[in-house]
Structures are given as C-alpha cells and as structure tokens.
Design a protein around this ligand. Structure first.
Ligand SMILES: Cc1cc2nc3c(=O)[nH]c(=O)nc-3n(C[C@H](O)[C@H](O)[C@H](O)COP(=O)(O)OP(=O)(O)OC[C@H]3O[C@@H](n4cnc5c(N)ncnc54)[C@H](O)[C@@H]3O)c2cc1C
Ligand SMILES: *[C@@H]1O[C@H](CO)[C@@H](O)[C@H](O)[C@H]1NC(C)=O
Length: 548
C-alpha cells in the first residue's frame, strides 16, 4: 500500500502522457483539479453546467434540477485551518467556521489568485464521456457537451469527474406506509431554504445527519413543536472543542490518529464513546447510536442538545406509519396534528454521462481504486474526484486526490494491476464496514489522516517525521501533535511550497485572530491582602476536613 510512485513508470496502468484534460464541474473539486492540472503543466478544460463556480456552496433561493441545493444558514462543519487548500491559507480574519457565502468568497479568491476562470466553459453540460475506439492504446476519451442547445464533441487525453454527490435526493417513501394519505406538506431537505412559513407548525424531521439536525434546530425557534425521528441515533459533537479550539483541529492530529490505529479496537471504541459523551450523555437524550461501537460519523451541531433540553425538539424513534394527520412510531407512540414532514434522508449519486459499467455501486461498495480510479480500464485516464466522505474536511482531501490523479495522467505515477486494485477495494471496504457499519449514509466513509497520508505517499509528498525531527524538531513536534492540516503535504516532494513551514507554525495565530475583536487589558495582580485571606480560609477548610 502507498509506496512511492515509480518515476520510471514500469507498471501496467499508467496514463498516456496525457496533455488535454476534461474537468467536469466547477465546484470545489473542479476548481482544485484545474489548479493541479495547471501546476503539472497539463491543459485543462472545465465544463460547468451553470453560469458560475462554487457548486454546492453557491446558495440560490430557488432549487434547480441537477444541482446541489443548500439552506440559507449552512455553516461549514470543518474549520478554516483544516479546510483550506495546502498552499493558500484562508485570510487571517475569516472566522473559524464559515457561512456558505464566506466559503464561496474563499473559492472565488482562490480561483482568481491561480487564474482558473479562463479554463472554464460555463453553461456547458457534459452529456457523454466515451472511450475512443483506440482507447486501449491511446487512453483517450470523447467528451460530448451541450451548450445553448448545440452539441459538441472533443477528444481528451484524460477526464476528471467533479460533478458532485449531493444532488440526487434519497427519499425512501416506501418505508413510510400511509404517506400517500398524509394531508400535510412533505419534502426533501434540499427543498428547504429558510424558516419562513413554519411558524406555529408541528414539524417532523426524518433523519439525523447534519442537515436534519440543522433544520430541526432552526425550525424549532419558529414552530410549535419539532420532532426528529431517527432509526439509529448519532453522536453529536460541538464545533467547539478543548479550550474553545475548533473540534477538527483537536481531533485530527497524527498522534491521536496513531493511537486510534495501534490500540486494540475495543479500547479505541470505548475511548471514542467517552469522548463523544463528554459534552452530554447521549443515552439520556435519546440520541445514543444503536450500535455505539461503530464509529458512525458524528454530526456537528452546537444547539441540538440545548433545543432538546428546552423541549423544543423531541427525539423519536423510526416512523412505522402515517395517517392523514399523525405519525406513528416504532415504540407505538403517536404524534397527532403533524403539519410538515422534512425528509432529511440524504442523497444518492449517479454519473449519467458515464458508461454504466465504469463506476459501479454494488454490495454496498463503490468499485473505485482508492475512491478514484475504475480498476477495469486499460489506461488510468479517468478519475472520480471527491466521491468520498472523510471524517474531516473534503477540500484538502480532493486536493491531494487531484495532485495524484494529474501525476498518474502524466505517467509519473502508476497504478497496480486490475486484480490488485480489486483486492484493495474489497479489503478497504471490509475495513470501512467494520469501523462505520453498512448503512447507506456511511457508504463513502473514510478515515481522514490515513487517507491523506496514503494519497501523499503516492506522490512522495508525505512528510518524513523521523528525519524531520533531527533537522527541525520544533516543526516535527507540531506535525505530530498539532492539527493535521494540509500545509503538511507541501513541505517536501513535488509541489513543495516554501510558505508551508510558516503556515504550520502560525496556524494558532490564524485561529485566534478572528476572535480578537475586543482588546483585553491585562488584569491587575491580586492584592496581597486578598491572597492572604484566601490562603487563611483554605487552611481553615483543610483543618476542618481532616479533623472531622
Ligand atoms: C449541506 C452540506 C454541508 C457541507 N459541509 C461541508 C463542510 O463543512 N466541509 C466539507 O469538507 N464538506 C462539506 N460538505 C461536503 C460537500 O460535498 C463538499 O463540501 C463539496 O462542496 C463538494 O464539491 P464538489 O465540487 O465535489 O461538488 P459540487 O459542489 O456539487 O459541484 C459539482 C459541480 O458540477 C456541475 N455539474 C454536475 N454535472 C455536470 C455535467 N454533467 N456537466 C457539467 N457540469 C456539471 C454542477 O453544476 C456543480 O457546479 C457539505 C455538504 C452538504 C450537502
Ligand atoms: C459535514 O456535513 C456534510 C453534509 O451533511 C457531510 O457530508 C460531511 O461529511 C460533514 N463533515 C464532517 C467532517 O462531519
């Protein structure tokens, strides 16, 4: 696993000295793929269906078919220092968790800084991506696009699929007998924009992902009552961790990742349970995951527990049936007069422009090598980007994926044989199920730091901590015990950035900077007389304690 790619490229499946690359979609994945193509001297062309960049993060009031749709209040669940691209830290004064409009602003300055817009053809939809007849020797693709009603076709040496996976709603209505009778309003969470029109209503939210809990909390301020129905429960984490630092900068360190890997599974699971319950007891709040030893992805919500404590949100089990006006639950309780049901039941994904056999989902696994390459292709000239759900931020993850993919296309890195790739897919999937379980929502789940390191090893950008420790112990300790941020992957190897070391050492500054909006004078020292009084009191207390 994860050996350094051979510069000679002797193995079977390498790209074919690709030059022209088609990038499908100009969301985050598309933008960072473009940049990596340019960095590697490739010639990218990006096709974007809509009129602008940003994908999911470009909020619109109306819901559009074939495009991700978010609610007005979406705030990132990964912090700025853990979410930024590796050679482009977010501006110092940006808050640690960003409103969607602020994140979009970051993507805009990123696109401007690296001059990416000129490669994008807007309002151009990719209809088909087909292997050329001579694919087995050329590795080339025919990409058919449509723009202003006109179809065009062009040949590309490689394709990066960046079309997103939060577009097609997953709405399992068949599991809700009686839904056809229900007289209230019901819709998928992608239709939800803001808490208007829900005043005084009784609302049932189905699901307990990030969207479900955000929407339940937001509506509970306006509604008469909100119920949140969950089959399996979930851990709930606050964005605010130890000492007020962002959760992911505390959770994702190499040190804790190493502990999670080397300690026996049972101990790790027990430790995680302790960690998850530190804020509040999930059992008391009805949220405890059904199988608490699965490392099911936690949701991030700072308000849900308090809403539950106020009674504004009530946690219910699975819905077993609906009547005209009521919801019936697994525990045989009934909630009458439900006005609205929000199905926050997640998404499925598809690539309508690809040959069906290329990206298969079967036996609850996606058949892509390291979540990117279809193993059965004779030439590794197509990669799926961002089709993954890491426990951390997706942005640095896609960036490393793109750095690797572009080097595979160029023939600088090669993939193993089809058989070896298939075996890897199967074992990787078994590990995922052991850790995260089989549920649909966990299909794309991956361990964060491990996966980043693995991708970085492929291109030779993984920092060597041992040798670093002797050269630069201060930096090495930061890498090991500090947040595992993306700058770490710009210290060595191709794409090295001379600002990386500084970015790592000044990270704390950028975390604290947006909080320093009120200058504090140092408090005056305690007067000696007060100190003496306190010490006296302590002495009396101690005396009482030991003599009684
Ligand atoms: C509510 C919500 C909150 C999230 N919060 C976070 C977070 O805080 N941190 C994090 O790391 N991740 C988060 N995610 C995960 C999310 O998947 C990523 O943040 C990221 O936006 C995915 O970007 P993308 O470019 O892969 O896809 P998208 O943003 O969906 O972009 C895909 C683009 O491709 C275009 N396109 C699609 N099909 C075609 C076609 N056939 N032809 C041409 N163009 C096409 C679309 O128009 C779109 O612009 C969140 C997801 C959701 C739903
Ligand atoms: C953040 O929220 C999105 C949307 O629910 C989810 O896909 C992603 O996995 C979450 N990230 C983390 C680290 O929890």
């Amino acid at each position: 696993m994860g050996e350094l790619c051979s510069q000679r490229g002797s193995a079977q499946r390498q790209g074919h000295m690709a030059k022209k690359v088609a990038v499908i979609g100009a969301g985050v994945s598309g933008l960072v793929s473009l940049k990596c193509c340019v960095d590697e001297g490739l010639e990218p062309t990006c096709f974007e269906r809509t009129e602008d960049i940003g994908g999911l993060w470009r909020f619109k009031e109306n819901v559009e078919d074939g495009r991700a749709s978010i609610y007005r209040s979406v705030i990132t669940n990964t912090s700025k220092e853990m979410s930024c691209f590796s050679d482009f830290p977010m501006p110092e004064d940006f808050p640690n968790f960003l409103h969607n409009s602020k994140l979009l602003e970051y993507f805009r300055i990123f696109a401007k800084k690296f001059d990416l817009l000129k490669y994008i053809q807007f309002q151009t939809t990719v209809l088909h991506v087909k292997r050329r007849p001579d694919f087995s020797s050329s590795g080339q693709w025919e990409v058919v696009t449509q723009s202003a009603g006109k179809e065009q076709s062009a040949t590309f040496d490689a394709v990066m699929v960046c079309s997103g996976h939060h577009i097609l709603p997953h709405m399992p209505l068949q599991s809700f007998p009686g839904i056809e009778r229900f007289q209230g309003q019901y819709f998928h969470s992608r239709q939800y924009k803001r808490p208007v029109g829900f005043e005084g209503k009784r609302i049932l939210v189905i699901g307990i992902g990030n969207s479900a809990s955000d929407i339940a909390v937001e509506l509970s301020k306006e509604a008469a009552q909100v119920f949140i129905s969950t089959r399996k429960g979930s851990w709930v984490l606050s964005r605010i961790s130890e000492d007020g630092y962002p959760w992911d900068s505390v959770f994702h360190t190499r040190f804790s990742s190493m502990l999670r890997n080397v300690l026996p599974r049972a101990i790790v699971k027990w430790m995680l349970e302790q960690q998850m319950n530190r804020w509040f007891n999930h059992e008391n709040y009805g949220l405890q995951p059904e199988n608490k030893y699965l490392l099911k992805e936690p949701i991030l919500n700072d308000d849900l527990p308090s809403r539950i404590l106020y009674g504004a949100v009530k946690v219910k089990p699975r819905v077993t049936g609906l009547t005209e006006t009521a919801a019936i639950f697994e525990d045989e309780t009934v909630e009458e007069d439900i006005d609205v049901i929000v199905f926050a039941t997640g998404y499925t994904f598809a690539f309508p422009f690809l040959e069906e056999s290329l990206v298969k989902v079967e036996d609850s696994r996606v058949s892509l090598y390291k979540h990117m390459f279809p193993p059965q292709l004779e030439k590794a000239t197509l990669a799926c980007m961002g089709l993954i759900q890491p426990l951390g931020s997706i942005f640095p993850t896609v960036e490393l994926q793109a750095r690797w993919a572009t080097r595979v296309f160029k023939g600088l890195c090669s993939l193993p044989t089809e058989k070896a790739m298939m075996e890897d897919i199967v074992t990787r999937n078994e590990r995922r199920i052991d850790l995260f379980g089989t549920s649909q929502s966990q299909l794309l789940q991956t361990n964060y730091v491990d996966y980043l390191d693995e991708l970085a090893s492929e291109i030779g950008a993984k920092p060597d901590l041992v040798s670093l420790f002797f050269r630069d112990p201060k930096l090495a300790l930061k890498l090991y015990f500090g947040p595992c941020n993306s700058y770490q992957y710009r210290l060595t190897g191709p794409g090295q950035w001379e600002g990386a070391r500084r970015a790592i050492l000044t990270q704390k500054q950028r975390i604290l900077k947006p909080l320093k909006t009120r200058s504090l004078k140092a408090s005056p020292p305690l007067p000696a007389s007060l100190l003496l009084t306190v010490m006296g009191l302590l002495a009396i207390l101690a005396a009482l304690f030991f003599h009684i």
